[in-house]
Design a protein around this ligand. Structure first.
Ligand SMILES: Cc1cc2nc3c(=O)[nH]c(=O)nc-3n(C[C@H](O)[C@H](O)[C@H](O)COP(=O)(O)OP(=O)(O)OC[C@H]3O[C@@H](n4cnc5c(N)ncnc54)[C@H](O)[C@@H]3O)c2cc1C
Length: 429
């Protein structure tokens, strides 16, 4: 509903009340306590996506942050922010606001409370202490240059004037949290290019007929992504079958590569599952020949019992010999079938025909081209006074706390730079 136009003047307008918007506004206010900062958030509340992170526990960083865990057309862009606000500095930031970190065996870092809500609570308390204004239900639909500053307009006709703007509007993944990609046009209107976007950290789709019977089955294995027979990436961990395809942590890690290749129109994208990564093919073949001897009087249905999940065993047996009757005795399995079985256990292939939609994706691969942004300040090269942070940019990370770390690091850097620029200083770079 249209409302009367209200004009507010601020020094810094932070567009988007997510992880990077919180970090940017807090770091700006801490550097320069006198400046007026407003977070403009289109949702009814700020910090909604953070609440959903890490299955409600908020995997806020990782002990092993390195550029190799990041992706994008020019991922080196992220190096400066990730070094300036590295893991230690980020943990200091969290300790200062009252969040004590704890880490899992794989190096994933969580708040000690294991509650994402505590991260949002403490960030918002800090925001309040620093007198940063949160303006919710303010959907920024237009930003225009006005003299040395900017005018920001909302969908319902409100206006904010700001000396500086930090765009922290996220990407296209998980639109239920306000990130539907519509904010890219704000940057595009100000002269920025958008690199192709595709969903990442998302489930993969394969031939439904093959996987439907395995729905809900989980296994520990090594998943390898191949495109045109070329190995793209391999990941070990718990793989899960769903009624449309594959899910689980290793699949999430492979999904970016699959999604990018699907986007490019590449065919022949496969995920190969090694059900026994600790054994080589010959070991498995020998184990199966031995079993055929020992279990010769046992029906084929039970031939792999105790070695594999029963549903997987049945599926693999069916795929190894389509004429095989499961009530036939295992002693009757031919050498050829044993060899095919052994091969399937080491190289079980699934053709990838798609990814789940943006709705299910955790992160956006692609985004605003970083070539037009100064990586040392996060300021636009095209528009003085315009800054960027977080997932809106063409930088995305692996699953495991890397995306939030990028949001914190880039947000802290953008906030610090913009506050220094208001003081007329740029001596930190
Ligand atoms: C289910 C789920 C689980 C995840 N778990 C993890 C995890 O455990 N660890 C990890 O590292 N990463 C995780 N991620 C990814 C991580 O949450 C994001 O990469 C990170 O939140 C990005 O921060 P951001 O500030 O750039 O954008 P966001 O957090 O997406 O915030 C952007 C904000 O901008 C607002 N906005 C958008 N357009 C406008 C506009 N025009 N006007 C005003 N406001 C606007 C949106 O409403 C939103 O609040 C997860 C993501 C999802 C979806």
């Amino acid at each position: 509903m249209a409302q009367a136009e209200t004009i507010k003047n601020v020094d810094i307008a932070v567009v988007g009340g997510g992880a990077s918007g919180f970090a940017a506004s807090i770091s700006a206010a801490e550097i320069n306590k006198g400046i007026k900062i407003a977070i403009l958030e289109k949702g009814q509340r700020t910090g909604r996506k953070i609440l959903a992170t890490g299955n409600g526990r908020c995997n806020l960083s990782n002990e092993d942050i390195s550029i190799s865990r990041y992706h994008g057309k020019n991922k080196e862009f992220a190096l400066f922010a990730l070094k300036k606000f590295d893991f230690e500095k980020t943990m200091e930031f969290f300790k200062e606001i009252g969040i004590l970190p704890t880490s899992s065996e794989e190096g994933k870092v969580y708040p000690m409370s294991l509650q994402a809500s505590s991260v949002v609570d403490m960030l918002r308390i800090r925001i309040k202490q620093l007198a940063i204004e949160e303006i919710t239900e303010f959907d920024v639909t237009d930003i225009s240059k006005k003299g040395a500053g900017f005018t920001l307009k909302s969908a319902d006709g409100q206006t904010v004037s700001a000396k500086k703007v930090i765009l922290c509007t996220g990407g296209k993944a998980a639109p239920e949290f306000g990130t539907d990609g519509s904010a890219y046009k704000l940057a595009q209107k100000l002269g920025h290019k958008l690199n192709a976007t595709f969903p990442a950290l998302v489930q993969l789709k394969c031939d439904v007929k093959r996987v439907r019977a395995l729905k809900g089955v989980k296994l520990m294995g090594m998943a390898t992504l191949l495109c045109d027979k070329k190995e793209i990436r391999k990941e070990h961990g718990e793989i899960m079958f769903t009624d449309y395809g594959l899910s689980g942590p290793p699949i999430f890690q492979l999904s970016r590569g699959a999604s990018e290749n699907l986007y490019k129109g590449n065919k022949n994208i496969l995920v190969k599952i090694d059900l026994f990564p600790e054994y080589n093919y010959i070991d498995i073949e020998n184990i199966l020949f031995e079993r055929r001897k020992n279990l010769s009087q046992v029906e084929c249905e039970h031939f792999l019992n105790g070695m594999l999940n029963k549903q997987i065993a049945r599926q693999i047996l069916k795929e190894s010999d389509e004429n095989l009757k499961l009530n036939v005795l295992s002693g009757k399995l031919s050498d050829k079938t044993i060899k095919i079985l052994a091969n399937k256990m080491k190289n079980w292939e699934f053709e990838i025909i798609g990814t789940n939609s943006w709705k299910n994706a955790q992160v956006t691969a692609g985004g605003i081209n970083t070539d037009d942004i100064n990586e040392k300040t996060m300021e636009s090269i095209k528009q003085k006074g315009l800054y960027f942070a977080g997932e809106i940019l063409d930088i995305d990370g692996d699953c495991g706390g890397f995306n939030l770390q990028w949001a914190w690091s880039s947000g802290l850097l953008a906030g610090q730079s913009v506050a220094k620029s208001l003081e007329g200083k740029n001596d930190n770079f």
